[in-house]
Ligand binder design. Structure first.
Ligand SMILES: NC(=O)c1ccc[n+]([C@@H]2O[C@H](COP(=O)([O-])OP(=O)(O)OC[C@H]3O[C@@H](n4cnc5c(N)ncnc54)[C@H](O)[C@@H]3O)[C@@H](O)[C@H]2O)c1
Length: 252
């Protein structure tokens, strides 16, 4: 039996680290061929190397998701290499500085919104027409528990993650007739360079455990599993959905 993503062409952003790298490796193991983007050239190339090492296939293009020319080039690279795009994982994101709303630096606000919200918009803007041409597709946007709840001192992050929930639902309504599904995941905290920056490499476990009913810190691989399923045909009737992947952090 083939993998869950056998013969699928998958575009993925933020591929150079954390969840993006985990999802890329898992997608390749499930049979996908990947067109990867990240603004971190070194991280992206390392992911390609790791995929090749495990027998998979991928290409990488240095991409800043806030720049439409970069996003267009990423989509073009997928098409030139593999001919179409079946799945897109819009994962690139930043946490931004921490401060209360009235003290939040305006330039920092704009930066976080630009990457986390406009970046996802631009990716979908250029992925969708190609999926329409191909006769369908699956989009997975990476939200957060911050898509459905507040986080004190992270106003820009929370606003951006709430906004991409609305954008995902809207896209699902607009493109359902083209056999395109759009979903969003809401991960709780899991260990990556981002969460280590937020909670401290050595203190992350003890900080996150009490906030999580399952009383542990998840791995990026555990979160990546949800992305793979939402990309696959096994989730064929799931669209416009938000999936919590958080050890019951947001239960109830
Ligand atoms: N780690 C967590 O606990 C957690 C929880 C909930 C949601 N998330 C979300 O998961 C996603 C991945 O985060 P992560 O934890 O793997 O973080 P990470 O910092 O390890 O990886 C993020 C990747 O995105 C890339 N990136 C950032 N801005 C970019 C841009 N403008 N253009 C292209 N690439 C860019 C970075 O270079 C990096 O490789 C993010 O959207 C994040 O908000 C993470």
């Amino acid at each position: 039996m083939g993998g869950l993503l056998e013969n699928k062409i998958c575009l993925l952003t933020g591929a150079g680290s954390g969840l993006g790298r985990s999802a890329a490796l898992l997608a390749a193991a499930e049979g996908a061929k990947l067109a990867l983007g990240d603004w971190d050239d070194e991280g992206g190339r390392e992911t390609v190397r790791l995929i090749a090492e495990s027998g998979g296939e991928s290409v990488f293009l240095k991409t800043d998701v806030t720049k439409s020319e970069n996003v267009k080039a990423l989509v073009r690279n997928a098409l030139d290499t593999y001919g179409r795009i079946d799945c897109a994982v819009n994962n690139a994101g930043v946490e931004g500085a921490r401060n209360k709303t009235a003290d939040y630096d305006e330039a920092e606000w704009r930066k976080v919104i630009d990457i986390n919200l406009t970046g996802v918009f631009l990716c979908m803007k250029y992925e969708l027409p190609e999926m329409v041409k191909a006769g369908g597709g699956a989009i997975v946007n990476v939200g957060s528990t911050a898509s459905i709840g507040g986080v004190a001192t992270m106003p820009a992050y929370v606003a951006s993650k709430h906004a991409i929930l609305g954008l995902t639902r809207t896209t699902a309504m607009e493109y359902g007739e083209h056999n395109i599904r759009a979903n969003i995941i809401f991960p709780g905290s899991f260990r990556t360079p981002m969460s280590e920056r937020l909670f401290g490499v050595d203190t992350i476990e003890e900080t996150v455990k009490p906030l999580t009913p399952m009383r542990r810190l998840a791995t990026a691989d555990e979160v990546a599993e949800s992305i793979i399923w939402l990309c696959s045909d096994r989730s064929s009737w799931v669209s416009g959905s938000g999936m919590s992947v958080d050890g019951a952090k947001r239960a109830g």
